[in-house]
Design a protein around this ligand. Structure first.
Ligand code: MN
Length: 727
């Protein structure tokens, strides 16, 4: 227990004009009033008010506050009255003691944050003199320091919760960071001893492993500032277990991922030097954007002033740096208490210099988001950008809303193209995650990966968008080239020729294509038919007779080779150039309807069309409905048995939906070829982000053949839907 003369000496050390006589009288009065009362620890009760007075002396408060500390429990716990205290120590002290007594009668019943917030406001409102709150905080601090003496665990827990929910935030609001930190740590060790122990153990382990990083970084920072001509005090500290725990919980990150476990304080002599120090540190180390806060030009509502920044420190660690003057440091630790001005007669909050103090409670009460407001209006300098880091600490600036894919492309297009996943601050997160300021982003790549068209939906940078589109175009072109080559090969072979570069080069201008590859790709894309190309290269070739009534499809493969083609031709010639349909008048022109593409095996019907002869439809073709009023035009027809099974003469039309992904087009053509079908034409009718809708004309023997191909295509993973095209 602090002895009477010790307490007086402590107060006089910072306030030589303190009322020594009143301090002595208060000490004796309290000692006498509390008499033989004991605390839970077994100590005399009066040791508590004396310790509280000691804490208030540490805060360098005025004599009235110290006296209030000594007397704060007398009205509540002894026969002392407000009147008696007013008579002995004056109305001022009586009012303060009464205020503390009323505060002590409040009990936090609820653990809900909302109610705690209301209670904080109530406490502030009741603390019409800020010293009431300061004495109450000192009271709570000492009670927390001695909490372990209370035997009832439920009571210990209630007090610790109240401290965490009510008093620590209040201390923080009036800028008393030191008191806040201690209250939090004490409450934390009561509420979650295991959690605290695990953080401490982890800190110990990292400290050993880190070979005392803090002193090394301190030395480096001092050196950097000295080289810039600035003498500064630098002190490093680790964050408290509770603040680490809370961050781990709020951000749901592990200990190792938690940045700024180390914080450094740079103390200089004046404000100009604060900015000089900032310039030197920013000039030397990589800044972590979003961390810089200028609380000197815009102080916090509780009066806190300092420069805050985050950098990648001298040893490659992310560290937090606070730059301030000695005076600001004092303010930061002691909050409102630092503003006490000691004058003869004691401080009065009615004096003009305390106007700020009177308005403080009002500010805190009515504008709890004042700080947030200021930060967002004045300090958010780059609000449309986010700044992130590579694992090596390289800064990547991106527009707000950017994703790891944007980040990857900003690093290098190769990184973007092969990106498969992302770790943000050590956690695996989806590629569509929006990045925040200061995020450290690690891109996981795989050589097997290629850009996905779906990425285009959520990337925000032009670079990423262009790269994804470029890749998709390139890949598409590769597929068209492949398809175009195989279509040309087949058609040329049918006519007994080989496709040559020279041959294609000679005719590409006819098709307005800049290169032979462009020509091949155009064939693959279905813009030019391979038949048109072969007849351009060999103009002597006769355009084969169309058997589909002048449809846009030109059959290119009648047989597997020239000999077979000749045989088929001969057969056809023998049939008088007619297609084998039963029930038709010889010599009558026949067309296959473009709407339903009838195949041998399909049930068919003929419709007499003015000037065109007979058009063959499948019996289920929807077009037939328009002829229902003209039964005289219907002709009953069927397939000639000779024509059935004749290889590769008929064209079946399929509607296919293919996934818009690399390789799917070549899979499609492979499957069709494997089932002896020939693609004679391919047209993409709809191209969405995810799918191609295509119409493919396949040369088949009959409807069974087409059904086989359809089944095989349906079994192919990249192909989503296959159906015979109708209309
Ligand atoms: Mn007390």
């Amino acid at each position: 227990m602090i002895r009477q003369f010790e307490l007086v000496e402590r107060v006089q050390s910072y306030d030589p004009d303190a009322d020594e006589e009143m301090l002595n009288r208060a000490y004796v009065y309290g000692l006498k009033k509390h008499g033989n009362q004991l605390r839970a620890s077994g100590d005399p009760y009066f040791s508590h008010p004396v310790e509280v007075a000691g804490i208030l002396a540490e805060m360098k408060l005025d004599a009235a506050s110290i006296v209030t500390g000594l007397l704060h429990d007398t009205i509540e716990d002894t026969d002392a009255t407000r009147e008696e205290i007013a008579g002995l120590f004056g109305e001022n002290v009586a009012r303060l003691v009464d205020g503390v007594t009323k505060l002590s009668r409040l009990e936090v019943q609820s653990e809900s944050t909302k109610e705690a917030e209301n209670l904080r406001k109530l406490v502030l409102a009741m603390s019409s003199d800020i010293r009431v709150l300061l004495v109450k905080l000192a009271d709570r601090l000492h009670n927390m320091r001695t909490l372990h003496h209370i035997k009832d665990p439920a009571r210990r827990r209630r007090i610790a919760l109240e401290t965490m929910d009510l008093y620590a935030p209040l201390a923080s609001r009036i800028g008393m960071e030191k008191v806040k930190r201690e209250l939090e740590e004490l409450a934390f060790s009561e509420l979650n001893p295991d959690g605290r122990a695990s953080v401490l153990a982890r800190q110990d382990y990292l400290r050993e492993r880190g070979e005392r990083l803090v002193p090394q970084i301190e030395v480096e920072l001092v050196k950097t500032l000295k080289e810039g001509g600035l003498a500064a005090q630098v002190s490093g500290r680790e964050k408290t277990p509770y603040s680490i725990w809370r961050k781990m919980q709020n951000k749901n990150v592990s200990f190792e991922q938690l940045a700024d476990i180390m914080a450094f304080r740079v103390i200089v002599t004046d404000v100009t030097q604060c900015y000089q120090a900032l310039g030197l540190l920013h000039g030397r180390y990589q800044v972590i954007p979003g961390r810089f806060k200028d609380y000197i030009s815009v102080p916090k509502p509780n009066g806190y002033r300092s420069l805050h920044t985050g950098v990648i420190g001298p040893l490659g660690q992310r560290i937090e740096i606070q730059i301030r003057t000695e005076e600001m440091q004092d303010q930061a630790e002691r909050g409102v208490a630092a503003h006490w001005i000691y004058k003869q007669g004691g401080p009065s909050t009615d004096a003009p210099q305390y106007a700020w103090l009177r308005s403080l409670i009002e500010i805190l009460d009515k504008a709890p988001n004042a700080e947030e407001f200021l930060e967002h209006t004045k300090l958010e300098m780059f609000h449309d950008q986010v700044f992130c880091f590579t694992p090596k600490g390289k800064l990547i600036a991106l527009p707000r809303g950017a994703t790891p894919i944007d980040f990857a492309y900003a690093v290098h297009s190769q990184v973007g193209d092969t990106c498969v996943g992302s770790k943000i601050n050590g956690r695996m997160l989806p590629l569509r995650t929006q990045l925040s300021n200061g995020d450290q982003v690690e891109i996981i790549t795989s050589k097997a990966q290629t850009p996905s068209p779906t990425w285009e939906r959520f990337v925000v940078t032009g670079k990423a968008k262009a790269a994804i589109r470029r890749f998709i175009r390139t890949r598409q072109r590769e597929q068209y080239l492949q398809l175009g080559k195989s279509l040309l090969d087949k058609t040329f072979h049918e006519e007994g020729y080989e496709v040559t570069e020279k041959g294609l080069d000679g005719v590409r201008a006819n098709f307005k294509q800049a290169t032979t590859d462009d020509l091949i790709a155009a064939v693959g894309a279905g813009l030019i038919t391979s038949r048109e190309v072969v007849t351009a290269v060999y103009p002597g070739l006769k355009q084969p007779q169309r058997k589909d009534g002048g449809a846009d499809v030109v059959p290119i493969s009648r047989a597997r080779n020239k000999a077979a083609a000749d045989a088929a031709k001969a057969k056809k010639d023998a049939a008088g150039g007619q297609i084998a349909i039963r029930g038709l008048i010889p010599g009558m022109a026949v067309h296959f309807a473009r709407c339903c593409h009838p195949l041998p095996g399909d049930r068919i019907v003929g419709i007499i069309t003015t000037g065109k002869g007979v058009t063959i439809h499948t019996i289920d073709c929807a077009t037939l409905e328009s002829f229902s009023e003209a039964p005289e035009r219907w002709i009953d027809v069927g397939w000639d048995s000779v024509s059935e099974g004749e290889p590769g003469i008929y064209t079946g039309r399929l509607k296919v939906t293919v996934a818009n992904q690399p390789g799917s087009l070549s899979k499609l053509s492979t499957v069709i070829a494997r089932h002896e079908g020939n693609i004679s034409n391919l047209r993409i009718v709809n191209r969405s982000m995810d799918f191609f809708d295509m119409v493919i004309d396949v040369e088949v023997n009959d409807v069974k053949h087409l059904a086989n191909i359809t089944a095989a295509l349906r079994a192919t993973p990249a192909i989503n839907a296959v159906e015979r095209a109708r209309n």
